[in-house]
Design a protein around this ligand. Structure first.
Ligand SMILES: C[S@@+](CC[C@H](N)C(=O)[O-])C[C@H]1O[C@@H](n2cnc3c(N)ncnc32)[C@H](O)[C@@H]1O
Length: 438
């Protein structure tokens, strides 16, 4: 330990320069170090790094610090392949080799579950992904200022738009569409100044690519400007003016996703898993973890990524609960198209659907909530049905840990934990947990 590290805990102060060795990775791409007995979080520092950092905010038991210099790099470090790292905050792990990223994410998952009071000491199967070109959907932000138009991604944790020419997470076709959109907005400054964002969605084979442009311009003006020179790389283009009013200008707002023998239509505004290489194995893993017959409840069902393959395999009843209108419409169209009449779409809030549906013996339940996880009442409603098994798909380890602790208090414990690296190079990770009655 250096003299700095040996200072008593109360000694850290904002602006102070410290040296520390990063002990482990924690969620959101931060490295954890201990200085004088106090925990210090250093963004972009990896386990094993020896760093110089500057202390930011100081809290009761911990402090934040910004990375100033890497004195001794961790074993897994490499030069990030993307020139925008670290300016663009999206890929906090890109300066780690891919194997080291996966090890860091597994550690982060175990740490998050432990901290939440739901420790998991069993094995975690890790599903890896190609590191580049995996992203099926992206939200581009636009900022027009004195320095010109910026079209890109938001710095992690801030609202600042980083102007990017291309992104390694996207396919070549989507990067080319991005260049076309930039030209369109730059050549039409009226449009550029009044566009807030662009949502892009691509089919896994890159054959279809659609965009929804959100603007504060009047509908007629926005439509005229976009129609004048629509990007060639897009098969569909729409404009949203005012709240949720989407006018479709060209092609359709949908792309198709194959899931084994099934084909799912997905609207640009519906949720769909972001990784083209892993969404099918995510769906087959969820089905594989729920063997047996009888009813399945697929809660937070989206367009039916889990519900439809489950119904196709079992031939039984699947109740798919989803409240977003575009996703509900997609799910209904997908049921018709794939002739899976056993799937019943319930277009409502999960809590209401649970309260309105009588439990059946042997029932199995899929949960795939947004980042905020499950409402406390939903955990209670699910556990009180005494399902034979629950598969919980989570994109946020801390809320997953909180919810697993709540399930444990109601007699449901994990017997399988898997990690899907749906978001290579970023700090995000997807977890699939099966719970059984204890
Ligand atoms: C993480 S996505 C999962 C979708 C789907 N399982 C998939 O993998 O494609 C969560 C979905 O839950 C829906 N949702 C969020 N809160 C909900 C609620 N309280 N009741 C019903 N649906 C909800 C969202 O609209 C979204 O489609």
């Amino acid at each position: 330990m250096t003299a700095e590290e040996e200072r008593p805990a109360g000694d850290l102060r904002t602006g102070q320069a410290i040296e520390a060795t990063i002990e482990k990775a924690v969620y959101r791409g931060r490295g954890l170090a201990r200085v004088g007995g106090r925990v210090v979080f250093v963004p972009r520092a990896h386990a094993g790094d020896r760093v110089r950092a500057r202390v930011g905010e100081v809290h009761a038991g911990w402090a934040e610090a910004s990375l100033a210099e890497i004195l001794v790099p961790a074993a897994g470090r490499r030069t990030a392949p993307c020139p925008y790292v670290p300016r663009c905050g999206g890929c906090v792990y890109q300066d780690l080799g891919y194997e080291a990223q996966l090890a860091a994410k597994e550690g982060v998952l175990r740490e998050s579950l432990l901290r939440a009071g739901a420790p998991w000491e069993g094995p975690i199967a890790v599903h890896s992904s190609p590191e580049e070109g995996w992203r099926l959907r992206a939200s581009l932000h636009v900022a027009a200022g004195r320095d010109g138009l910026r079209l890109g991604l938001r710095e992690e944790g801030t609202r600042r738009v980083v102007d990017l020419e291309r992104c390694l997470q996207l396919s070549e076709g989507t990067n080319e569409a991005w260049v076309e959109l930039r030209t369109l907005l730059t050549e039409n400054p009226k449009l550029g100044a009044r566009v807030n964002g662009i949502d892009l969605l691509e089919s896994p084979d890159g054959g279809a690519r659609v965009a929804a442009v959100t603007t504060t311009l009047a509908p007629r003006q926005a439509t005229a400007l976009l129609r004048a020179s629509p990007p060639e790389r897009l098969t569909g283009l729409g404009v949203e003016v005012g709240r949720g009013r989407l006018h479709w200008l060209q092609g359709t707002p949908f792309v198709e996703m194959n899931v084994g023998p099934l084909t799912l239509r997905v609207h640009v505004r519906s949720f769909f898993q972001a990784n083209r290489f892993l969404y099918e194995s995510l769906a087959s893993t969820v089905s594989g973890l729920l063997p047996g017959k009888g009813r399945v409840l697929d809660l937070y069902a989206g367009v039916g990524l889990f519900a439809l393959p489950l119904a196709a395999r079992d031939g039984g009843e699947v109740v798919a609960v989803e409240r977003a209108l575009t996703a509900v419409e997609d799910a209904r169209a997908n049921v018709r198209r794939n002739r899976l009449e056993g799937v019943r779409i319930v277009p409502t809030d999960v809590r209401q659907a649970l309260a309105a549906t009588r439990p059946e013996p042997g029932e199995r339940i899929v949960l795939d909530p947004p980042r905020t996880g499950l409402e406390k009442e939903v955990v209670a409603l699910v556990a009180d049905r005494r399902p034979a098994a629950v598969v919980y798909v989570s994109c946020d380890p801390p809320t997953l840990g909180r919810d697993l602790a709540r399930f444990a208090a109601r007699g449901y414990r994990p017997d399988t934990v898997r990690l899907f690296d749906l978001f290579p190079d970023t700090f995000h990770l997807e977890t699939v947990v099966r719970l059984r009655p204890a």
